[in-house]
Design a protein around this ligand. Sequence first.
Ligand SMILES: [Zn+2]
Length: 122
Amino acid sequence: MPIYEFSCEVCGHFFESLIKAGEDFPACPQCGSRQVLKVPSIFSFRDASSTRAAREKAILKRARDYLIDGKYKDAQRFLEKAKEFHPTDRIKRLSDALSERKPTSGYFVSKPELVITKKKGS
Ligand SMILES: [Zn+2]
């Protein structure tokens, strides 16, 4: 049974679920919404043409997207998983940076890896 990844359109939560053929998409475990999107799995690596560097880039980009949206916990959880599947130095560093440094209100983690230093308008 294949595992699919989903992201919730309402709260942005990222999760995985087992889906049998013909089954509906699962509800978001965080907010219960059924408005979920199936996302291409970064971890399945079915695409033989995608290089290791391209995968790393995709993983780092998604982590940044979470941070830009202020979804710190999702970013952290995502990177924990990314480390298992794709343990590169940059991914490990970013994950470690997030674990050791909690953002304070209006600010985000400001490691060189992250670009984002302060939320606009706050
Ligand atoms: Zn949700």
